[in-house]
Design a protein around this ligand. Structure first.
Ligand code: EPU
Length: 435
């Protein structure tokens, strides 16, 4: 079993390169199934979820090739399998996104219903209702969703909640549908806008990217042999920003779109952290300097759909607040069970009380290293951020969760001066290469 050892206290310094967005890449990889040929993606992160999605696409008949520096070539000319492998789908909810292209290109799809997970129930009812509105016959029984649609037809869809996943999935499904689809109360996350920009680059006709009303005019085909560069991962960047702030470090993050991070950057500034976007264009990937010289101030946080504070960042932020000066209230309006990591922070000496969807944090002077376990991806990020500033040594288990979304995390933090190592706990003397 692999673990991450951290000896806290070293301020992070230097430059850290941020990878491409996990969630944009997952949505865009699934959408490549719409193309009857090859698509080249750039800035794809080298993480477990991406390799898992690649495996799903291969099982469906696509060819997926990884080359150096985040370039992935996907050729979906051979896409003809309508059964997604349950074992792979159950590992990752985003694999449900392949249902839309199955219906659009093959007229039917059979995909395991993703279960609940460590952060909440996470049903797919919005996806299913949207596909039904587009004309699919859908049956969800025995843990499998079976859907049939000789031809998807444009429709008006209203989402009860601006779900990122349902919005991306339904935009993808509607691209090749006959007529116009309007999605109201759509998610406005940068990753949704990135999917739309990708599809438009391939000839799709879509208006309203990044707004709550998205209009898709179906086309017959998408173009082949197009190249597209994925946006930077704002969650990875935000995690490094918290790590820099909690260690009172001074770090330059490379490949960051500052405009996508505004809700997080504004909070960091309120906490007394120095945030400087270097270069003229905050809407394009560039450099971001994060520096902190003392203890941060407490702030309140309300996690909600974009442009609100992102739910994926509340965990590393709570780690930072645990060592800040004063009391904070952190509420998550997106997922009902996203504070499970708090018990691990408490083991490190954090003073946090959770009531329902709210965590009440009283900043303490110091955290102490402990043996702690990540229960999900962002929980792992929070624990590593806390461990970087804790006194003494921490051992983080549940590393497989961290690997889903952070590529070469240990190596990147080492380069910035952190005392952090990945080990095989069955053979503690053997250091592991990180991948
Ligand atoms: N929801 C429903 N029914 C649905 C879909 C969603 O009730 O059919 C509910 C969910 O249970 C949740 C809320 O709507 O309470 C929002 O869920 P959403 O669909 O927006 O989340 P998601 O698409 O499943 C994506 C990201 C998550 C991120 C959320 C919110 C991917 C692969 N995942 O999930 O990322 O937290 O949006 O921004 O894009 C992560 O990266 O760690 C992560 C969990």
């Amino acid at each position: 079993m692999e673990k991450i050892y951290v000896r806290g206290g070293a301020p992070l310094r230097g430059t850290i390169r941020v990878s491409g967005s996990k969630n944009a890449s997952l949505a865009i990889m699934a959408a490549c199934l719409l193309v009857e040929g090859r698509t080249i993606l750039r800035n794809v992160p080298d993480i477990r979820d991406i390799h898992n999605m690649a495996e799903v696409l291969r099982e469906l008949g696509a060819t997926v090739r990884f080359s150096t520096d985040g370039v992935v070539s996907i050729d979906a000319a051979g896409f003809q399998e309508t059964n997604a492998p349950e074992e792979l789908v159950s590992k990752m909810r985003a694999s449900f996104y392949v249902m839309g292209p199955m219906l659009a290109r093959l007229g039917e799809g059979h995909v395991a219903q993703p279960g609940g997970c460590n952060i909440g129930a996470r049903p797919v009812d919005f996806h299913i209702r949207g596909l039904q509105a587009l004309g699919a016959q859908v049956k969800a029984e025995g843990g499998v969703v079976d859907a049939y649609a000789p031809r998807l037809r444009g429709a008006n869809i209203y989402l009860d909640f601006p779900s990122a996943g349902a919005t991306t999935h339904l935009i993808t499904a509607a691209c090749l549908a006959e007529g116009i689809t309007t999605i109201e109360n759509a998610a406005t996350e940068p990753e949704v806008a990135d999917l739309v920009n990708f599809l438009r680059a391939l000839g799709a006709r879509i208006e309203g990217a990044g707004t709550s009303t998205v209009i898709v005019q179906g086309v017959d085909k998408l173009q082949t042999n197009r190249e597209y560069t994925i946006i930077p991962d704002r969650m990875e960047a935000g995690t490094f920003a918290c790590a820099a702030a909690i260690t009172r470090g001074d770090v330059v993050l490379e490949n960051v779109t500052a405009a996508h991070m505004q809700p997080v950057l504004v909070k960091l500034q309120d906490m007394g952290v120095s945030v400087t976007a270097i270069g003229a264009d905050v809407d394009a990937p560039g450099l971001l300097r994060i520096a902190a010289s003392g203890r941060c101030n407490a702030v309140d946080i309300l996690a909600m759909p974009h442009p609100g504070f992102p739910t994926d960042m509340q965990q590393p932020m709570v780690a930072l607040l645990a060592l800040s000066d004063g009391a904070s209230m952190v509420t998550d309006r997106v997922f009902e069970n996203r504070f499970r990591y708090v018990s691990e922070l408490q083991r490190m000496g954090a003073d946090i009380r959770v009531e329902g969807r709210t965590a009440f944090v009283h900043g303490v002077d110091r955290l102490k290293g402990a043996s702690i376990c990540a229960t999900d991806l962002r929980a792992g990020a929070a624990l590593i951020v806390a461990a970087l500033a804790a006194e003494g040594e921490s051992t983080v288990s549940g590393v497989e969760h961290v690997d889903r979304g952070y590529g070469a995390l240990v190596e990147k933090l080492q380069m910035a001066g952190a005392d952090i190592t990945r080990v095989d706990s069955d053979h503690p003397s053997r250091l592991l290469a990180v991948g």
